[in-house]
Design a protein around this ligand. Structure first.
Ligand SMILES: *Cc1c(COP(=O)(O)O)cnc(C)c1O
Length: 404
């Protein structure tokens, strides 16, 4: 690992003590040449694994043609990716940006402007959920239902209310004459893989219809095959008004997208929203190749199967591992809830060659590339059970010494 005397970066991240220099598929190598099994996938971004060939080839082709001209010109490659996204989803229109927060920011603006300019009412409030995560801009951190992301950033914008996930009455009690939309993650990834229940989601969609509210589904983490379908909403039998995407959409190049149904197209007239880099031809090329590869290789279905396999194996292992409290997930977005903070366990897993990430303080997240094999899942679970057994033995020895 490179030891820096002084960093020139703002200290916004707690860094793992690793410098990764190369990646292929589900394997990463550090600067010492050591290989790691990657179950983080760049925070659910590298759904096709590291440096996927087809995406690389498509990016290289675009790099030869054109990098940037701005959104003041027609860019057929944007139309191509937008057409593909709308064909594959219940949406009809796309706004491209560069990140998940920006996609959610666009969704919030779209919802407000649709009510205020198209329907001509004064609705602006967005109901979100406790423990949700929607981004780090001032509006999206306000939408986020976690106090720690708001600390020190006051005053926050008005117009957000927070309901409890899987509690339709708590949503009802958040509604006012000003409510414009509900914004939901079907699986809350950052706070520890908390799943929305199908009956709750159906009731929520029904409530939105009855009350004239837009249903915004934040698929920044759950989208692009991660949960076993191209979009997680497909498994819930609903059709959101707005879908936001980012992480996995371009295999690691910066991209964000807000997808909306046709009736919302009037919400944004020329000049009402924009992004300089949004829809960059290079990111569009990566997005197109990512979706084509995902479809051709049947990766969503594959994630459904390998995800189910991983869940079953983890549940078996958890029977002999008192540190594991619960295992849950959808497709290859899996959470292993532990009875203690997982920081030290994750440290040990990294040292043992398995890269994983926390969700909240007590959940280990498994979210490998969608190409992950059952052998690699076995390998990862083997490392996890070994580390948990070691720690259990050490805790036992410590208690023994303490008594002696
Ligand atoms: C990561 C994430 C975001 C924020 O995405 P950025 O690209 O970091 O802005 C928003 N919503 C969800 C559900 C996420 O997982």
């Amino acid at each position: 690992m490179v030891q820096l005397k002084r960093s020139y970066l703002f200290p916004t991240y707690t860094k793992f003590p690793l410098t990764l220099v190369k990646g292929r598929g589900t394997t990463l190598w550090d600067d010492q040449g050591r290989a790691y099994l990657d179950f983080m996938a760049g925070l659910a971004v590298c759904n096709l694994g590291h440096v996927p060939e087809r995406v690389k080839a498509r990016i290289e082709l675009q790099l030869e043609q054109l990098w940037h001209v701005s959104n003041l010109f027609h860019l057929p490659i944007q139309e191509e990716l937008a057409e593909k996204l709308t064909t594959l989803s219940c949406a009809d229109r796309v706004f491209f940006c560069n990140s998940g927060a920006e996609a959610n920011e666009a969704a919030i603006k779209c919802a407000r402007r649709y009510h205020q300019r198209v329907l001509g009412n004064d609705r602006y409030e967005i109901v979100t959920f406790e423990q949700s995560f929607h981004g780090r801009t001032i509006a999206t951190l306000t939408a986020t239902g976690q106090e720690k992301v708001k600390d020190g950033f006051f005053p926050l914008p008005q117009g957000f209310a927070y309901a409890r996930l899987n509690d339709i009455d708590s949503v009802r009690s958040c509604l006012t004459a000003h409510t414009a939309a509900v914004m939901l993650e079907l699986v809350q990834g950052e706070s520890g893989v908390r799943l929305a229940e199908p009956a709750f989601v159906m009731a929520l969609a029904q409530l939105c219809r009855e009350e004239g509210l837009l249903l915004i589904v934040d698929e920044v983490q759950t989208g692009i095959g991660r949960t076993g379908s191209l979009f997680a909403y497909e498994q819930y039998g609903i059709e959101p008004d707005i879908i936001t995407l980012a992480k996995g959409l371009a295999s690691g190049l910066p991209i964000g997208a807000m997808l909306g149904q046709e009736r919302l197209s009037e919400a944004f007239s020329a000049g009402s929203h924009a992004s300089t880099f949004g829809g960059s031809p290079v990111a569009m090329a990566a997005g197109l190749a990512t979706l084509e590869t995902l479809l051709e290789d049947g990766l969503a279905e594959r994630a459904r199967q390998t995800g189910a396999y991983a869940l079953e194996r983890l549940r078996q292992v958890s029977q002999d591992a008192p540190a594991i409290r619960e295992v849950r997930g959808l497709g290859l977005l899996i959470g292993i809830e532990c009875s203690e903070p997982v920081g030290p366990i994750i440290q040990r897993l990294h040292e043992s060659g398995l890269l994983v990430l926390a969700g909240g303080i007590d959940v280990i997240r498994f979210m490998p590339s969608l190409y992950v094999t059952c052998e690699e899942i076995d390998q990862a679970i083997g490392i996890l059970s070994q580390v948990l057994a070691e720690r259990q033995r050490e805790a036992g020895e410590e208690r023994y010494h303490w008594r002696a």
